[in-house]
Design a binder for this molecule. Structure first.
Ligand SMILES: [Fe+2]
Length: 315
């Protein structure tokens, strides 16, 4: 079967302080739908067949809990586990049956070199039917991580998990595991942490409708709508969600083929004018977005809530 490898990104799992409010945002505003729940956890699907694209867990402080990746079958999961052990990665557990509330399946967890939990799974349940609504995300698109040691993160995803380098532009290394130009990207920034997460809309019209719905709900556009003139060529619009994470709506991600995609050099990307965007309309990113992508906003909101809690109790 060749080298064992990851063939898709299922989504992310987030710790959130207010589970009810977060589920409300992701259902009513972002367009996901709760598909299963257990005490303290909610699993939300997109309109595609994947069991869920986002899992939310109640916790004292918000943060990235894990990134969930897909392998083709149990044999691929076993092979990746064996490889991870040999690679010297911190492996959290051996492959095992995964819990039904999260769609079941078979998998294991390990950690990136800087300690982010990554779950690898196969045979997770799928929905029988897609939801027919183009104004809602159809799948999780990509997660961008902040990392101080980009080289060791690249080695983890490429040498261990079988990702391919699509492009690097000097700021972000873009990695693929399917025909999407990137599913994981590593931002050269203080880490570890989530720089941003992106959900795919089926087309531009659907994305614009979803952008309007989010704006009307009181969440301003922090950057976009635009089309990246850089790696991926995708259309994007960035928001900051209630926990302080940067959340992107995207569509028209460049589809690439291993045999023909002309990976370009850092020098190439430095030579092309990528700002403000291919359409010339997505100007400055907001200060709020900078703060969200750096991880500072999540921590600031965590600290604020922690400081408020004793006062509430005393009142
Ligand atoms: Fe993105």
């Amino acid at each position: 079967m060749g080298q064992p490898h990851i063939n898709g990104v299922r989504g992310v799992e987030l710790d959130v302080r207010d589970l009810g409010a977060s589920v409300g945002f992701y259902e009513k505003v972002w367009g996901l739908q709760e598909t299963s729940r257990e005490a303290g956890s909610s699993y939300l699907r997109a309109t595609g067949l994947d069991h869920h694209a986002l899992a939310l867990h109640a916790a004292p402080r918000s943060g990235l809990r894990s990134i969930n990746l897909a392998a083709a079958d149990k044999a691929a999961v076993d092979a990746l586990h064996e490889k991870a052990v040999g690679f010297g990665s911190k492996v959290q557990n051996a492959p095992h049956a995964l819990k039904g509330v999260a769609g079941g399946g078979y998998g294991f967890s390990l950690e990136t070199p800087d300690g982010v939990t990554v779950s690898v799974s196969a045979d997770v349940a799928q929905h029988a039917e897609r939801i027919d609504d183009k104004t809602r995300p159809n799948k999780f698109s990509h997660a961008v991580l902040r990392a101080s040691d980009v080289e060791s993160m690249d080695a983890f995803f490429i040498d261990l998990l079988g990702f391919k380098l699509s492009d690097k532009n000097g700021h972000i290394d873009f990695l693929r595991c399917s025909s999407d130009h990137h599913s994981i990207a590593i931002g050269h920034a203080k880490g570890p942490g989530l720089h941003h997460m992106a959900f795919e809309l089926p087309n531009l019209d659907g994305l614009l409708y979803a952008v309007g719905r989010t704006k009307l709900a009181g969440y301003p556009i922090e950057w976009g709508v635009g089309r990246h003139a850089g790696p991926g060529d995708n259309i994007f619009c960035m928001f900051v969600e209630p926990n302080g994470f940067a959340a992107e709506m995207t569509t028209e991600m460049l589809q690439v083929d291993d045999a023909t995609y002309p990976k370009r050099s850092v020098e190439y990307w430095k030579s092309v004018p990528i700002q403000p965007c291919a359409w010339g309309i997505a100007t400055q990113r907001s200060e709020m977005l900078h703060k969200a992508r750096s991880g500072k906003l999540v921590e600031e909101l965590n600290d604020r809530c922690e400081n408020l809690a004793p006062r509430r109790e005393a009142a």
